[in-house]
Design a protein around this ligand. Structure first.
Ligand code: ATP
Ligand code: MG
Length: 562
């Protein structure tokens, strides 16, 4: 965890750079950007980048642009554009401008022409394989292409014809003319443009040549006057090319800074891999509650502020590390404890008949003991109730927190009951238990003097609503599925979804608003799933009540039994 100051955390290294730049008068205000490629849904790693880019701008009175990096038309789609915007808004951030790299295709083409005119770029006829062969190795210089010394006129003519669709894919590329012996392989005459006869989700069929990332990103930053262009560490070697392009073109000098990707254990975090999970139906979609996507976490019941808090605590590092998912769950639990409505739901019912209780009444129970403004609710209480089967012990134990023959427990918000009869079927299974209640033991007005060790949640059978519960375990059996041998999908936990089709809930739950977070007493935090509708109520388990994960066989993590 990062070092923390009393009134908030100390600056991370990116913030320090910006702070120094502002103090030195290098900028009067800063502009950052978040540049997703619209080829998938955003995940926790993107959340970290969003919190960083929007967060530093907020902190230093600057702004942030949202720029879709849409230079790979095959894999990009407007569905992704829409989901990305929804996720950023939900996380609580507002962009100053919405731009697309494709907005700049004309400008980028002009930039390419400028490089050609300056003798800094040339059209190459070599195939991708030939280019790779001539590239050399980190210790051995590459070879100049035999097309490297084409005249400016010839290059201009060929590039215009590439644009006009006169050549097939792969037959020609535009390359920067830098240095085939550079120790930085990315400076060995990198590709700037390639031919692709592909429909683009925004520019349609206007273009059949598309700029490479390295010829789009820095220039887009520069066009927008981005001051601090923050990206992840794999772009360190690209920085020299980023600077080269800006210098040769003589355009606004944006600067690139790199930080370590956010990693979290027991999951994968690349859109390409997440797409495989979706396409191969290992999950129900990008927003499956087991997915590390922002939409999956939202559907599961994680809150935006808990995710922001997690990103803040995980910190911005210069070197990669793997964060423990339990840190995120801790942040979620901390917030949900403060805001969630308490409700009672019995997952595995055992019928209890309170033989001396005659009428139906309501008992008032607080909605949230952590929030005095949350008020009370009236919960119906009657002669026949359900308790959790595991809350009844066939063999009585001293000081047990549960109900057993001859022993007493308190029913939350209601009375103390004592068990005096256990009814079994022929096979000896307990089918119901009979109890008596103590009229002078009502919660808040208890004069009975009876001491009990346990308080149980319950529902009145007559009034209960049936609900479906979906509980989730880790999507992967191993901590780092990326680092294992073979395909990452071999490490999928086949038992990550546990459905309880018929749980019994107190009736208030049917009237609660969608979007509300709940604590089901003694069960965990829950959130209504979007599959709910009509009479059917479905709840996702967001996270358990306590941090208490233990490693079992094969590294699978399951919750400790209380
Ligand atoms: P993926 O490998 O999942 O496709 P990406 O880096 O290709 O990720 P982009 O859409 O290009 O995804 O990323 C948008 C921004 O989010 C980039 O600035 C990228 O560096 C950042 N980003 C992506 N993954 C992470 C991560 N795990 N941690 C921090 N930032 C990330
Ligand atoms: Mg990418």
């Amino acid at each position: 965890m990062e070092e923390r100051k009393e009134e908030g955390r100390s600056l991370n290294f990116i913030e320090e750079i910006i702070d120094n730049d502002l103090k030195a008068g290098k900028y009067t205000s800063i502009l950052t950007r978040f540049p997703p490629e619209p080829n998938g849904y955003l995940h926790m790693g993107h959340a970290s980048s969003i919190c960083l880019n929007f967060g530093v701008a907020q902190k230093f009175g600057g702004k942030t642009n949202l720029r879709f990096d849409d230079t790979n038309p095959e894999t990009e789609d407007t569905e992704y554009v829409e989901s990305i915007k929804e996720d950023i808004r939900w996380l609580g951030f507002t962009w100053a401008n919405e731009f697309y790299a494709s907005d700049y295709f004309d400008k980028l083409y002009e930039f390419a022409v400028q490089l050609i005119k300056q003798g800094d770029a040339y059209v190459d006829d070599l195939t991708a394989d030939e280019i790779a062969e001539q590239k050399g190795t980190p210790t051995e210089a590459g070879k100049n292409s035999s097309f490297r010394d084409r005249t400016v006129e010839e290059n201009l003519d060929l590039f215009a014809r590439m644009k006009n669709g006169e050549f097939e894919e792969g037959k020609k590329t535009l390359r920067a003319k830098i240095d085939m012996a550079s120790p930085n392989m990315l400076l060995r005459d990198p590709l700037l443009y390639r031919i692709k006869f592909v429909h683009h989700h925004r520019t349609g069929d206007i273009w059949c040549i598309y700029p490479m990332y390295d010829f789009a990103h820095g220039q887009s930053d520069s066009i927008e006057h981005i001051t601090h262009s923050i990206c992840t560490l794999e772009f360190v070697p690209h920085r020299a090319l980023y600077d080269w392009c800006i210098e040769k073109l003589g355009i606004y000098p944006s600067h690139q800074y790199e930080f370590a990707r956010l990693n979290v254990n027991y999951t994968v975090m690349s859109k390409r891999k997440l797409l495989q999970l979706v396409n191969e139906k290992h999950v129900t979609g990008w927003d499956d509650p087991r997915m590390p996507t922002i939409s999956g976490m939202r559907r599961r019941g994680f809150t935006a502020s808990a995710i922001r808090e997690f990103c803040d605590r995980a910190g911005i590092a210069r070197r990669e590390k793997i964060n423990d998912i339990s840190l995120l769950e801790f942040c979620v639990r901390e917030e949900l404890n403060k805001i969630s409505l308490r409700r009672m739901v019995v997952f595995d019912p055992l019928k209890v008949v309170i033989t001396n209780f005659k009428e139906d009444i309501f008992v008032d129970i607080e909605n949230n003991p952590e929030d005095e403004n949350a008020g009370m609710r009236s919960v119906p209480f009657s002669k026949e109730i359900y308790i959790e089967r595991e809350d009844f012990l066939e063999t009585p134990q001293k000081k047990a927190f549960r109900l057993a023959y001859g022993q007493s427990v308190r029913l939350k918000g209601a009375y103390i009951i004592t068990c005096n009869e256990v009814v079994k079927d022929i096979e000896g299974n307990v089918i119901e238990v009979h109890c008596t209640y103590h009229p002078d033991s009502k919660s808040g007005q208890d004069t009975s003097g009876i001491k009990v060790h346990g308080t149980l949640h319950w529902v009145s059978i007559l009034h209960a609503k049936q609900v479906e519960i979906r509980e989730y375990d880790r999507l992967f059996k191993v901590e780092n599925p990326n680092n294992e041998e073979g395909d990452f999908k071999e490490y999928i936990n086949d038992d990550s979804l546990h459905v309880i089709p018929n749980a019994y809930a107190e009736p208030a739950l049917a009237d609660d608003k969608a979007g509300e977070h709940f604590q089901f007493l003694r069960k965990g935090y829950f959130f209504m799933d979007k599959d709910s509708g009509g009479d059917q109520l479905i709840f996702n388990k967001t996270v358990g009540l306590k941090e208490g994960f233990v490693k079992k066989d094969g590294g699978l993590v399951t919750e400790k039994v209380k």
